[in-house]
Design a binder for this molecule. Structure first.
Ligand code: SF4
Length: 502
């Protein structure tokens, strides 16, 4: 008779404090700057850590083969990425030693989409490659102090969580600055060289982060310290050496989409960031901090539903909104250390208001209503000429938001929107679709620039002469204020004219 056994949730073997010196913590899935700083946070707390290589197309195929073929493509990429790394290690040092030498740590959740089941894909893939003894640990994304994971080798406490949070904020701010500089650099490759040195510098700062005892001591120190601001000021000083020509007319392309695909830089999204830059665009990257802010807004929304039922609901709303303000203030402080150039976080309640006619804010999964909200926000506030939405193959929330965007485009036909289905094996199709919209965005950026010249009575030659007279404006660290245009060149012309009048 066939025997069936009940489903048992995955339980990793313990990772003990005694193993710390020998075991490397594997992690990945973000952009390289954030990963390097997070690695330094682990090392600061006495761990050994290793960043998994950025996923490749081979990883995608391995993920499909080893886990569920119908899963969304970020799950396939990340599952295959882990499995291929471990397979290579197992063939080098043996399966037993691989399971002894590494553990994998990733964020998990319950939730409406695949994100709630990532660990099951990992588990299935590990079984399929004969590595069922390998230990993977899920960290809840919504709790800052979760105590020790099984065995006590890794404590998810405030020093770790706050370190990772500040690492993400610093990496976001740096990334935003970098993308506003590279398209305008006068010496090709200079921005990349400076960014590499800056990440080394920040990594060192996070590795040497002073330790503070206790939950509240650690929180108070992170909020009050000038340590990270000082580290970013050094980044600012290094950027100061980069000469830029911001009169080059570039369309600004706002990246939106599913969290993994919009964050990672590499094959999983067809190297979209670099490809857009090579095509002559300025990329407006998707900050990880926006998603963290959204996550807090989601709690507020849950409490809003309880108003009138739970007497403490209003107090809870006030508490989370205060937390959001502290979060925004912290990010602004780091932005200020970089001359205020990194993009500010959009107001979450403004995003909700904009998305409301098309996408209900309580629909969870992926980025929820943010994809619609961010597209409208960037378009209506003239922050980008075009939206490039990176949509994973087989992603339920993204499919819904693309459907909702049909309604948005009906009301805002002038919004340039490129939804790209990313499935790893249709690169030419995705890029050519993007190129069509980008061609229109380029024309729009050029038109906007010419209108700015006309309005101000300047010519390109006169604008260049004004820049010659103000060498500080040719530095990467000069902040061109937003004067109502989406493009940097148009804003610079408007700014030059305003300066001339002042
Ligand atoms: S948001 Fe989409 S792509 Fe991301 S985990 Fe959920 S289903 Fe997968």
């Amino acid at each position: 008779m066939n025997q069936t056994s009940p489903y048992r949730t995955y339980r990793p073997a313990p990772f003990t404090p005694e193993e710390r010196g020998q075991v490397e913590i594997l992690f990945g899935g973000l952009h390289w700057r954030a990963e390097r700083l997070i690695k330094a946070v682990f090392e600061n707390l006495g761990h050994r850590a290793r960043i998994l290589p950025t996923a490749t197309r081979e990883d995608l195929l391995a993920g499909r083969e080893l886990a569920d073929v119908g899963q969304c493509c970020p799950t396939s990429f990340t599952t295959g990425n882990l499995a291929n790394f471990l397979r290579a290690e197992a063939s080098r040092i043996g399966a037993e030693e691989t399971a002894r030498r590494y553990v994998y740590v990733t964020a998990g959740s319950c939730g409406a989409c695949r994100f709630g089941q990532y660990h099951q894909s990992y588990e299935l893939a590990l079984r399929n490659v004969g590595l069922e003894a390998f230990r993977l640990f899920l960290v809840a994304q919504d709790r800052m102090d979760q105590g020790a994971l099984a065995g006590g080798g890794l404590k998810v406490d405030m020093p770790l969580t706050l370190g990772i949070l500040w690492a993400i904020l610093c990496a976001d701010a740096l990334q935003s600055l970098e993308y506003q500089v590279r398209p305008y650099e006068v010496v090709p490759g200079e921005t990349d060289r400076v960014v590499a040195a800056c990440v080394d510098h920040l990594e060192q700062a996070f590795r040497n982060r002073p330790q503070r005892d206790g939950k509240w001591g650690s929180l108070a120190w992170h909020l009050g310290t000038g340590y990270f601001v000082e580290a970013l000021r050094e980044v600012y000083r290094r950027f100061e050496a980069i000469e830029v020509d911001r009169l080059r007319v570039r369309p600004v392309v706002k990246i939106t989409g599913e969290f993994y695909l919009q964050t990672v830089e590499g094959e999983p999204n067809h190297n979209m960031h670099r490809w857009l830059e090579a095509e002559g665009a300025e990329v407006y990257p998707a900050a990880i901090a926006v998603w963290l802010d959204y996550w807090m807004r989601f709690y507020v929304q849950g409490f809003e539903d309880e108003v009138g039922v739970d007497r403490t609901a209003r107090a809870k709303i006030a508490a989370v909104r205060a937390l959001q303000r502290v979060f925004g203030w912290t990010y602004d402080r780091l932005r200020a250390a970089l001359g205020g150039i990194p993009h500010a976080l959009p107001d979450q309640y403004e995003l909700r208001r904009l998305a409301a006619p098309y996408y209900h804010h309580r629909l969870s999964g992926g980025e929820g209503d943010m994809l619609v909200g961010k597209a409208l926000w960037a378009h209506l506030n003239r922050r980008a000429h075009m939206i490039c939405e990176l949509s994973p193959y087989a992603c339920m929330p993204n499919t819904m938001s693309i459907g909702a965007m049909a309604g948005v485009l009906g009301k805002h036909p002038d919004l340039l929107y490129a939804p790209l289905e990313i499935k790893g094996d249709a690169e030419v199709h995705a890029l050519s679709r993007c190129q069509m919209i980008l061609t229109e965005a380029k024309k729009r950026a050029q038109r906007e620039y010419e209108e700015a010249l006309e309005r101000t009575g300047l010519t390109t030659e006169r604008a260049r002469a004004l820049l010659e007279a103000h060498p500080e404006m040719r530095r990467a660290t000069y902040r061109v204020p937003h004067a109502g245009a989406a493009g940097t060149a148009a804003n610079l012309v408007l700014h030059l004219a305003a300066r001339g009048r002042a």
